[in-house]
Design a protein around this ligand. Sequence first.
Ligand code: SPV
Ligand code: MG
Length: 283
Amino acid sequence: VEKARRLRELLVSPRPAQVVGAHNGLTGVLAEEAGFDALWVSSFEMSASRALPDTSLLTMTDYLGTAAQVNRATSLPVIADCDTGFGNALNVAHTVREFEAVGIAAICIEDKVFPKVNSFSEHDQPLVDREEFAHRIAVGKQAQHDPDFVLVARTEAFIAGYDTAEAHRRAHAYADAGADAVLVHSKESSPWQIEEFLAGWNRRVPVIVVPTTYNNWHIDEIGLAGVSMCIYANHGLRATVRSVRQTFTAIREYGATAKIESSIASVPEIFAIQNLDEWLSLE
Ligand code: SPV
Ligand code: MG
């Protein structure tokens, strides 16, 4: 549909698209207001918002409901993080159809074994067989009804400790299987793995990066290096935690909220996000 087409345009535009993590309608609206191009409905944020670890605990319907909520709240295209795809090739096919049916522009699945652990955890990060994951991609692509729906294949080769040759083998296999873009993840503090990957990549499908740890890589350099899309995956959630913690501590400390009023949003600001006037005018 329309949003999927817009996401495809972002992936091929010469400027690198800037995408930010969101896990509810509110953060989606704030991201749109800030001028981001699209939204990443992050498994890390989604699980953390329930005070749960990002270890494949939530179900596919939890992910679907959250992505749909974010999607309805904004006019931006949504890329839904679907972890390992919730099972085998048929689960991926079902996931594609369910997300497509609620107007999500894209899903992203990664080549880790279910149940997975967040990529930044020191825990083991085993990968599924390359051919098996390519098969899941091929079946997922075959299942989609809207030709514009985007299936992103994410390789965790670097996260699992493999080298650039393995990341290339996997990314090529997934592109051969029909992936519309590849997301290459790295947890290094500089972008050297991503740069090495890009240097040997023939650009047949767009590359997406998540510069959480190599966070000094400027968007202009990211574009020059040949990246199509940059995802700031969890910054809204991390900002929320810091800010709510400070506010709650201050209320307990002062015993009155007057001192912190100027550092928190006003009630009318929230009304505006809620579109209160527009809603009331419906009656
Ligand atoms: C997420 O935001 O859930 C991601 C990115 O998948 S990461 O946390 O880096 O694995
Ligand atoms: Mg995730």
